[in-house]
Design a protein around this ligand. Structure first.
Ligand code: RFL
Length: 391
C-alpha cells in the first residue's frame, strides 16, 4: 500500500490534519489504536480558542460547533472569599472562547473525514515506524482483525499523544527535551452537575486551588489542588464536594455550588514538556506527541490544532509547488506558539496556587491576583494570552 501521508493517531491533531490535507487532494491513512466509540466519548479538553474555531470554519467543519457551543467572554477569580471578573472578550476586540467538549470535536472530524471518503483504521496495534530518514518511510501495524499490514508514505505525521510510538521511534540524542514538574497535583473531577456559574472560576484558597470549568448544560469539570503523591481513591465524593464548597465560598453572597454524580476522578500529571525539533527525517510530531502543557489556560487541544494547520499548509505547498520551505520551518513556527502558551500557562499556575514551593510563592500569587483585579493594562495582557493569538 502507498499513501502520501501516514497519520498516526486520531485525536484533534491527527484528525484536523487528515481533513485539511484530504480537502486539498492529498491522500492519507489514519491509524488509531483505540476504537471509534472510545475516541468519540473520551472526555478531555473543552475550550476552543477563537483561532481554532476559525480554522475549523475555514474547512467547513464548524457547523455543529457554531450551532451548539457556548461562547464565553468572561472568567472569574476568587481570592480570600471575594470575587472579581475579567471580561477578556471586551478587552480583546470581542474575541471569545468556545466551550465545546473535545470528544465532540473528534466526532465531527471523524464524521467529516469518513463522509469525504477518508480512510481511518481503528483498533490497530503494534504500530512501527521505519526508515524515517529515507524519502519513503514505512509504517507497519496489526489490524483489528489481527493481520499485519504495511504502507510506504512520503511523510509520517506523529499525532499519537504523549505516550504514543512516534516520538519514541526517534533515535536517542536526536531531540532535546525540556521538562518541568510544577510541584503541584490536581484532582480532576467530571460530574453530572449543571454549571453553577456562567464564567469559568479560578479560586485561590489557603487549602489550595479550586477550578470550576464548563463543559455542557449537564456536565461540569472541577479541579482541586491536592498534596503531591495523592491517589484519586484517597478522596471520597463527600470530601470532594466539601472541599469544593469550602474553596469556592464567597463572603456576602448567596452563590451556591450545585452537586451531581461524580463520573470521573483522577490525579493529573502537572508537568510541562517540549521536544525540539518537532521533526526527524520524514517524521513530523504534532500536538501532545511533541509537547504537553498543564490544563491551566486551556491550551493543549488548541496547540494540537495549530500544529496540524501549520503542517497541513506545509504539505499543501510541497505537493502544490514542490517548495520545502514550510516543512523546513514547521518546527520553528510551531515552537513559537508552544513556548508562548507554556509561558502563559506557567504565569497562571503561579497566580492561582498556594505554597507551590514555599509560602513566599503563595504571597506572590495573591499579589499577582490583586494586580490583575486592579490594573486594566494587566487585564489586557491576560486577555490577549487567554484568548490566544489571532491568525
Ligand atoms: P490525543 O488527543 O492524545 O490523541 C492521540 C491519539 O493517538 C492515539 N494513539 C495511537 N494510535 C496509534 N498507535 C499508537 N501507538 C498510539 N498511541 C496513541 C490515541 O488513542 C489518541 O486517540 O493528542 P492530540 O491530538 O495531540 O490532542 C491533544 C489534546 O488531546 C490535549 O492537549 C488536551 O486534551 C489537553 N487538555 C486540554 N486542552 C485544552 O486545550 N483545554 C482544556 O481545557 C484541556 N483540558 C486536557 C484537559 C487534557 C486532559 N488529559 C489528557 C487527561 C483535561 C484533561 C483531563
Amino acid at each position: 500500500m502507498k499513501r502520501s501521508v501516514a497519520v498516526i493517531g486520531a485525536g484533534p491533531a491527527g484528525l484536523t490534519l487528515a481533513n485539511l490535507i484530504q480537502q486539498s487532494g492529498i491522500d492519507c491513512v489514519v491509524l488509531e489504536r483505540a476504537s471509534r466509540s472510545h475516541v468519540e466519548t473520551r472526555a478531555r479538553a473543552g475550550v476552543l480558542e477563537h483561532r481554532s474555531v476559525m480554522l475549523l470554519q475555514s474547512l467547513g467543519l464548524a457547523d455543529r460547533l457554531l450551532a451548539e457551543a457556548d461562547r464565553h467572554g468572561t472568567c472569574e477569580f476568587r481570592v480570600n472569599g471575594q470575587a472579581f471578573q475579567v471580561a477578556f472578550s471586551d478587552l480583546y476586540e470581542g474575541r471569545q472562547q468556545y466551550v465545546y467538549p473535545q470528544q465532540e470535536v473528534v466526532k465531527d472530524l471523524i464524521g467529516a473525514f469518513l463522509d469525504a471518503g477518508g480512510d481511518i483504521r481503528f483498533s490497530v496495534s503494534d504500530v512501527e515506524l521505519r526508515n524515517l530518514t529515507s524519502s519513503q518511510p514505512s509504517v507497519v501495524w496489526t489490524s483489528a482483525d489481527g493481520v499485519r499490514e504495511a504502507i510506504t508514505a512520503d511523510f509520517v505525521a506523529g499525532c499519537d499523544g504523549f505516550h504514543g510510538v512516534s516520538r519514541k521511534s526517534i533515535p536517542e540524542g536526536s531531540l532535546t527535551e525540556f521538562t518541568h514538574q510544577h510541584g503541584i497535583e490536581w484532582l480532576s473531577i467530571l460530574a453530572e452537575a449543571p454549571p453553577s456559574t456562567k464564567a469559568v472560576i479560578y479560586a485561590l484558597h489557603a487549602d489550595g486551588f479550586a477550578g470550576h470549568m464548563l463543559r455542557s448544560s449537564t456536565i461540569s469539570r472541577f479541579y482541586l489542588q491536592v498534596p503531591v503523591g495523592t491517589k484519586a481513591e484517597d478522596w471520597s465524593d463527600e470530601q470532594i464536594w466539601e472541599a469544593l464548597h469550602k474553596r469556592f465560598a464567597l463572603h456576602d453572597s448567596s452563590w451556591t455550588l450545585t452537586e451531581g454524580k461524580i463520573i470521573e476522578k483522577r490525579v493529573l500529571d502537572m508537568r510541562s514538556y517540549v521536544v525540539e525539533p518537532m521533526s526527524h527525517g520524514r517524521l513530523y510530531l504534532l500536538g501532545d506527541a511533541a509537547h504537553i502543557i498543564t490544563p491551566v489556560g486551556g491550551k493543549g487541544m488548541n496547540l494540537a490544532m495549530n500544529d496540524a494547520a501549520t503542517f497541513g499548509r506545509a504539505l499543501i505547498d510541497f505537493y502544490g509547488t514542490g517548495s520545502e520551505t514550510g516543512l523546513k520551518t514547521y518546527s520553528e513556527d510551531c515552537l513559537r506558539s508552544v513556548w508562548r502558551a507554556q509561558e502563559f500557562s506557567q504565569w497562571m499556575v503561579n497566580m492561582i496556587h498556594t505554597d507551590m514551593q514555599s509560602p513566599f510563592f503563595g504571597r506572590l500569587a495573591q499579589a499577582r491576583l490583586e494586580h490583575l483585579s486592579q490594573s486594566p493594562a494587566y487585564q489586557a495582557s491576560f486577555a490577549e494570552n487567554y484568548v490566544g493569538p489571532i491568525e
